[in-house]
Design a protein around this ligand. Structure first.
Ligand code: C2G
Length: 129
């Protein structure tokens, strides 16, 4: 089973690590689409703290990750899944139901997010005097 997942993974934290490790355990290879800075801006209305090349470098270095590529648009999932020959799409449960239309080409699993941690919370905590 080749697993694919997507995300920005800005200011990498343990919630990111856990979903990647869980996704990898569900198959034999893990492919990760990393949102471009422009896609993140369109999703969240702000530039990521780390730019795409830094985020790619970090994710690529993880033991649980086999392949990384830039995710340029949310609408290109079908193309990416076919291109990377993935047969399982894993997403955090904040996306539950959003990608179900792809179930004709792959299995889809939404995993629970790690509670109480997010990139925004980390940045706010560091900023506090
Ligand atoms: N995540 C998690 N627990 C957290 C925070 C994040 O499990 N506490 C998961 C998210 O559910 C997601 C992954 O980590 O599956 C990456 O999170 P983000 O960088 O916030 O990615 P997101 O903006 O959801 O991008 O094509 C879809 C998008 O590109 C997904």
């Amino acid at each position: 089973m080749r697993v694919i997942t997507f995300g920005t993974f800005d200011v990498f934290h343990v919630g990111h690590l856990r979903i990647l490790e869980r996704a990898r355990q569900m198959g034999t290879a893990l492919i990760v689409g990393i949102s471009t800075d422009e896609l993140n801006y369109s999703k969240k209305g702000r530039k990521p703290y780390y730019d795409l090349s830094e985020r790619i470098e970090i994710i690529r270095a993880l033991r649980c990750v086999d392949t990384v590529f830039p995710e340029e648009s949310l609408e290109l999932k079908r193309y990416y899944i076919e291109n990377y020959k993935a047969n399982l799409l894993v997403m955090g449960d904040d996306w539950t139901g959003k990608f179900d239309a792809l179930n004709d080409i792959c299995k889809i699993i939404y995993l629970p997010r790690t509670p109480s941690i997010s990139t925004t919370a980390v940045i706010e905590k560091i900023r506090k005097p």
